[in-house]
Design a protein around this ligand. Sequence first.
Ligand code: NAD
Length: 284
Amino acid sequence: MDGITLSSGTRIPVLGLGVYQTPPGITERVVREAIEVGYRLIDTAQYYRNEAQVGRAVREALSQGMAREDLFLTTKIMASGHEESRRAIAESVAALDLGPIDLMLIHWPQEDGPGTWRALEEAVEAGRVRAIGLSNFYGQDLEEIIRGARIMPAVNQVESSVLYQQRRLMPALDRHGIRLEAWGPLGQGRRGVLDDPVLARVARAHGATPAQVALAFQVRTGVITIPKTVSRDRMVENLGAADIGLSAAELEQLAALDTGRCIGWPGFPEQDYDPADHPFSPPA
Ligand code: NAD
């Protein structure tokens, strides 16, 4: 699996597995299978209530000879301010029980973002976390963290897919060496991404599936992507995206699919909403 070097100096696999809405009762099985079929990046969060199960599956893999440095664990806290965030960080580190966490994100903007960020910076300095970043940060929320940061965010995990490529956010991220990490890379399986005719045509040309082409587009354009599935077959399918080479012409056709409008942000009309216009509204 190819990787991307973050500003922290740590290397993150370009494609991983997300476990949002993976019920705790099956998370251990899902993560175990993901590691078996070749995933090396797992994305969880306090909010998903399955960190402990992710940690258990990873410890099992370690006990069978997998090296800790070959696996990359991301989690997210949702806490506001320094003290609350210190507690949240400690809770995640304890729940995962894997030693230092590879990447910890603020799940979405908080009232006291700078206080939360300071707690994350201290966690890096104390060796509890290797890299830190943001999620769902746009506009002023993003600027506020960047302005006060001693350690620059390594990533901003936001909704991104071939239909919503985050072109308005990218320049700010590029300027500060922040990598884009995509949630909802398959449009959350709802509609749009998986039944796009251009995607279907490119997929046919490669003997691939539309989901694979949607993910391959992100991998080839340097976006870290973490599709979610609980099915072993789909895990294999999605991971296979990393091996699909796309021609310059195909990349151009896929780039042209960008609508500039989000799909997965709930509570807003899908066709005319771009979170970049509204620095913060809470995700699901
Ligand atoms: P996604 O775009 O990955 O879609 C997941 C859904 O797509 C699955 O439920 C499944 O129904 C379907 N699917 C998966 N593989 C498929 C395939 N090969 N063919 C057809 N359908 C397929 O959406 P997501 O789960 O919202 O996002 C991925 C990950 O991103 C999450 O699991 C989570 O880790 C993270 N996430 C983060 C935030 C955030 O606020 N930071 C929000 C949402 C998700």
